[in-house]
Write a protein that binds this ligand. Structure first.
Ligand code: AP5
Length: 219
């Protein structure tokens, strides 16, 4: 399966993609995680990306397209993959179409993870993430707390608060989503690929409805 996730900032894409990737045993390609790692490493792409991310606007298309071209061309992608955060506007979506066609593959499902706006702020401001690139686990101080305060359950790294999770940046991220990414629901809808999943409720409940929608057995 080649699955793309769409959904507002804080909708739970990362949370669900990680569970699904473990279940299907396919790679989870998160544009946000890749960009944050590039920022941490101080690469040319990372230095360029940081100023855009800190403002809550999109990083230039060329940076993302080059990044995904490199990852999607790897042999381990041949068994399927999950895309989270790319594409994020129509020009990226067209670039992805071309790239996948060059690689003789295509998207099988586009999941639109739906949540009401009033849930998003609480989810985002309480989020804590593991900065270890081999882990990138996501927690929430109230909804999904780590067992030991501020320490990742999985790898023991100290959890951090994302620098773009400040209220003023979150507002801009939501605006960017509405203006540039939400139109992709129609773009992929016209190709008959979009499936809606209710992102409200406990993460496990959301995961069950996701598996049901994708017709993947729960056990
Ligand atoms: P990115 O990292 O992709 O951020 P995002 O799309 O804004 O999404 P989030 O990571 O905020 O939310 P999520 O839906 O993954 O939610 P999560 O599972 O963490 O992008 C960051 C920036 O990078 C962009 O602003 C842009 O600048 C740049 N960028 C990235 N891709 C780009 C592209 N293609 N082109 C250009 N620029 C790009 O959950 C949120 C919280 O809620 C967590 O704390 C979690 O524990 C909790 N939670 C999750 N599910 C539930 C639930 N069911 N119940 C209760 N709590 C829950």
């Amino acid at each position: 399966m080649q699955i793309l996730f769409l959904g507002a900032p804080g909708a739970g894409k990362g949370t669900q993609c990680k569970k699904l990737a473990a279940k299907l045993k396919v790679p989870h390609l998160s544009s946000g995680d890749m960009l944050r790692e590039a920022v941490k490493q101080g690469t040319k792409a990372g230095v360029e990306a940081k100023s855009y991310m800190d403002k809550g606007v999109l990083v230039p298309d060329a940076v993302l397209i080059a990044m995904f071209e490199e990852f999607l061309s790897k042999p381990e992608m041949k068994g399927g993959f999950i895309l989270d955060g790319f594409p994020r506007n129509e020009s990226q979506a067209r670039a992805l179409d071309e790239l996948l066609s060059k690689l003789h593959t295509k998207l099988t499902d586009v999941i639109n993870l739906e949540t009401s706006d009033d849930l998003l702020e609480e989810r985002i401001t309480g989020r804590r993430v593991c900065p270890n690139k081999e882990c990138n686990a996501v927690y929430h101080i109230k909804f999904q707390p780590a067992k030991k305060d501020a320490i990742c359950d999985l790898c023991g790294t100290e959890l951090v608060h994302r620098s773009d999770d400040k209220p003023e940046v979150v507002k801009q991220r939501l605006k960017t989503y509405r203006e540039q990414t939400e139109p992709l629901i129609r773009y992929y809808g016209e190709k008959g690929l979009v499936k809606r999943v209710n992102g409200e409720g406990e993460p496990e409940q959301v995961f069950e409805s996701l598996l049901g929608t994708l017709k993947v057995a729960c056990k």
